[in-house]
Design a protein around this ligand. Sequence first.
Ligand SMILES: Nc1nc2c(ncn2[C@@H]2O[C@H](COP(=O)(O)OP(=O)(O)O)[C@@H](O)[C@H]2O)c(=O)[nH]1
Ligand SMILES: [Mg+2]
Length: 430
Amino acid sequence: MPVLSCARGHDNRPDLERCLTCGLPLVDYDEEAKALLRRFKGRLGSFRFAVEKILLGVGTAGKGIIHEFSHATAKTPGAVYLTVDAAEEKDTGKGKTPYIPGRNYVFRDYPPGGGLYCHIGRQVALRDEGLTGFLKNAGISQGDEHQNIIVVAATGGGTGSGAGPAVIYKAKDINPWAHTFAVAVTPSNVETDRYHFNAYYGVSSLLHFEDKPNADVIVVLNYDELRRVTGVGPSGEEIKTEGLVIAMLRMLGLDIGHAGATRLARLSQDLGIQAYVPCLGMGRSMEIFGSLPNILESAVLLPMSPVDRANVMVAYLLIRVPNRLSDVLTDRVINELFDSWAKANFPRLKASLCLITRLEEMSDRISVCILLGGDSLDNALGETKKGFQRFWTYLQKAGQLERIGLDNPTLETISRNIDFYNNNLLRWRS
Ligand SMILES: Nc1nc2c(ncn2[C@@H]2O[C@H](COP(=O)(O)OP(=O)(O)O)[C@@H](O)[C@H]2O)c(=O)[nH]1
Ligand SMILES: [Mg+2]
């Protein structure tokens, strides 16, 4: 259905030809833009619309989340949704988006069975000659200071853990100005050691890759917690599992514009804190909860990965507030309430920041995503470190390291990256 608009922005029924208020003809701007592009095709050459927000799913789970996200959100100007995977699966079981050339990338030569191991995923992604071209064609552009790139991947498999960090590395290589965010789903504690091995490798490579810091901000979501926590949508309906990731992605990927992303990324860089545990409170009614601090409290009761409050040094609040509550919850009030709540809750707090989105809605439901940084990553990763070490020992004993492209020095670097990150934080805390 075409969207017909009056040039002056008046509302009209879709079956009209002229605006009821001012009489101007109603225009289908999408069609007009296409006609314009057709007409100037030769002259415009490489003309492209600016892309500000790139949401990219890597691996089976990452791809599924981006597919669902594209169905759940209205088309947003300046935002593109992309996927990168080892195999072409027409239907991820959840999202039903068909493969779109230029939007969904499939690696050319993934070795059979290689999809299970992180290091193979990384090597395939680094060697793949088409990946950089795909990222450029999709809109990542050199020297564009206004791009946010969000890579979503589960880290238990081989593609998300290996290729996910490599995609960020390649994207930064194209546009070093871009802000990069990683949303990493870590394995459930009951998953086997191979998954934990991949996950530890994956998170380490998101921190640091080929001797360079990698993602500006890494949001760590544990798959167990994800299944445990639920939220409520604007009309009171229950949101579960993938719905929560989608709600969080909407806040992190679409709500916050370039200015907000710059503040998050800069502050994180300045403080040397890359990893964050999100705490989500979706669709909390002010009438029921009574106050914003109560809503914040309800969110931190169920963090999406284990976190020790005593170690938290930074707290970011992403918040969606319906206009109906704007008189009570002004920007100044929200900032003050959050700051004093965070200081009272986190004894070692060094910085806090609020990013506020106002919604044209009549409900009284507020959504919050609080990102907590500064605690040790080993805490957030739960059983993952032990699983990594056990699987490393097993691979060594079974003489299997080389078969999956690995060696001890590589794994020592992987391990050292996380230790280095944790030790820096420890020094700062004490
Ligand atoms: N978010 C999400 N994660 C999942 C789901 N099923 C499995 N996982 C997690 O995804 C991991 C496997 O990642 P997957 O994307 O299949 O591997 P890849 O394709 O090699 O990157 C497992 O370790 C699980 O923790 C799901 O339905 N949703
Ligand atoms: Mg897969």
